[in-house]
Design a protein around this ligand. Structure first.
Ligand SMILES: [Zn+2]
Ligand SMILES: [Zn+2]
Length: 562
């Protein structure tokens, strides 16, 4: 069934807006706007799996809706270079017929992803700057400067035949941005006074009071750390935190230390940012990571990945004294300069414990102001609504409680003059000049990605991985007489990764006999069909393990017909 079957028929020209991700969840932001024959997509983000999805590296939105409309997809617009906005570009790009618009830094961060996926797309990446306007079919698309936790971020205004629609992207109001590039209040206000049909606005921090504050605010805390630390300073951050890198580089220059970028993410991004002029490192301040060992600790700052306790990141290796170049000493200080993403606390705590064991000092957000959010708090989000004064307001980027709260705040700010639409992924919102309503539903979902090339993972693979991870592997090797279905000898049972305890040990010892009994309880017909008997042994032996040991290993019977 085509998704269009469920839609109410429009009368007259309408604008249709549908989010395939980013509503009632954090991450994988992707929104499609279409008018007539033109469809444009804003952002193509991913989200990262929690630990209950073993072996899954990335999650992207289900792109079925866009596949159905691929002939109409005229452009992809990117608001900024965070993974939850650009991570799915390689998966979406083959469906896009036209260019990809973004600021130079955003596009520079997309480029390596395309190369990694073997995609030819370089000439389709079209750099824009704030206040540029491009025409794509029925849309005139305008870019507006916003401030966030990294440079070169834009909001997007779509001038459509039914009115202006603004998508804020991620933003906060930083009035003293590190790069001096100011939030474009004026243009937002101008559009607001022209009349804006709909505003789609970031809800991430709606439940925080006041203002989020400038990136500059962390300087004081870092000055204290630079003053007090006798040895190395190691700072873990998100690899896209270019502003934070700049701030540390400046402090390092001031305190006569040198900066080493340790870990793939921070070195790649710092190189991109330097090449494009977004990160300025005075001559002589940067050092190679391989030189860290030979330098006195008091002369060194390491900027590194691993603020979320990711086991393969540089900081985790450093914490367990297993890093090639960086060894912690007891006069070193390690700073976690990032928010702990919910779900990562345990991993982060573990890394902190290892660091403490090395004797180094650990500092994180709760102790000193070493991190500031890139998303606007309640007052900044109110300001956006006041500037734009939209006819319709749609909160985006947040779980249900953030969207609902943002909706309530918007109603208060506009005194009920704005209609608020709280939508879900897949809700098709239809706008005319006068009206806006949810008019249908398109297919949505999540696609689990394993590695960068190997493609999608089904539920079955996940189930198997779970069994493997938690229960180990049991392989009964069974010889069966092709004609009679009689088991030849006692099946050998090989195990890997099964925990040996009072309950599993006797079970494994007797497993051969148990398998024989399972097979003998079957009919000859079943026994002489390798496919059937394999499944029977798998299910029954798994059940015996579960009942007698409480464990659920992955059982993979090997049937040899004799
Ligand atoms: Zn962002
Ligand atoms: Zn985001």
């Amino acid at each position: 069934m085509s998704s269009l079957d469920t839609l109410v028929e429009p009368t007259g020209p309408t604008l249709e807006v549908v989010a395939l991700g980013g509503l009632r969840e954090f991450g994988m932001n992707l929104m499609a706007l279409s008018f007539g024959e033109t469809l444009v997509v804003v952002d193509a983000g991913v989200t990262f799996p929690e630990s209950e999805l073993p072996g899954v590296d990335l999650i992207t939105p289900d792109l079925t809706y866009l596949q159905e409309h691929r002939h109409r997809i005229a452009a992809l617009i990117l608001t900024h270079g965070h993974e939850d906005h650009i991570g799915a570009v390689p998966y979406l790009l083959p469906l896009v017929q036209g260019p990809v618009y973004g600021t130079p830094l955003t596009l520079a961060m997309v480029q390596p992803k395309l190369e990694e996926h073997g995609l030819e797309g370089k000439d389709r990446l079209k750099p824009i700057k704030p206040r540029d306007v491009v025409t794509v079919g029925d849309f005139k698309i305008e870019f507006l400067r916003v401030t966030h936790s990294m440079p070169d971020c834009v909001a997007v205004a779509f001038h459509t035949p039914v009115g202006i629609v603004i998508h804020t992207g991620d933003f906060k109001v930083d009035q003293t941005p590190i790069d001096g590039e100011q939030f474009d209040f004026h243009r937002f206000a101008e559009l607001g006074s022209q009349g804006v049909l709909a505003l789609f606005a970031d809800s991430t921090n709606i439940d925080r009071k006041g203002f989020s504050g400038s990136e500059l605010e962390v300087v004081d805390a870092f000055e204290e750390i630079f003053t007090a630390t006798q040895g190395k300073i190691v700072v873990a951050m998100f690899s896209s935190s270019i502003y934070r890198m700049q701030l540390l580089v400046d402090l390092a220059a001031q305190f006569d230390r040198r900066v080493a970028f340790v870990g793939r993410g921070v070195s790649e991004n710092s190189q991109i940012a330097q090449r494009l002029g977004y990160l300025r490192i005075p001559a002589g301040v940067q050092m190679r990571d391989s030189d860290v060992r030979t330098w006195p600790g008091r002369d060194v700052v390491c900027i590194t990945t691993g603020s979320q306790g990711e086991p393969m990141a540089a900081l985790s290796r450093i914490a367990i004294d297993d890093h090639q170049h960086v060894k912690l000493q007891d006069d070193d200080t390690v700073v976690f300069s990032a928010r702990a993403i919910p779900g990562n606390e345990r991993h982060i705590g573990r890394v902190m414990n290892h660091i403490a064991r090395r004797g180094a000092d650990v500092i994180y957000e709760g102790m000193k102001h070493v991190h500031v959010s890139g998303h606007g708090s309640e007052e900044e989000l109110k300001l956006m609504i006041s500037l734009v004064r939209p006819k319709f307001f749609v909160p985006i980027h947040g779980e249900y409680r953030q969207l609902a709260r943002h909706a309530r705040v918007a109603a208060k700010v506009t005194n009920g003059r704005t209609d608020v639409i709280v939508a879900d992924n897949g809700d098709l919102i239809r706008f005319t000049r006068e009206t806006g309503e949810i008019a249908g539903k398109v297919p949505v979902g999540r696609v689990l990605i394993d590695g960068t090339r190997t493609g999608e993972i089904g539920d079955e693979v996940l189930r198997d991985r779970k069994h493997l991870a938690y229960g180990g592997l049991v392989v009964p090797v069974i010889g069966i007489n092709r004609q009679s279905g009689v088991v030849e000898g006692v099946p050998e049972v090989i195990t890997r990764g099964v925990v040996l305890d009072d309950r599993t040990e006797p079970l494994i010892r007797d497993a051969g006999m148990i398998v024989t009994e399972i097979i003998e309880a079957c009919s000859v017909e079943e026994r002489t069909d390798p496919g059937l008997i394999q499944e029977k042994v798998r299910v029954d032996l798994q059940r015996v393990f579960r009942k007698r040991s409480g464990r659920r290993p992955l059982v993979v019977p090997v049937i040899m017909e004799i």
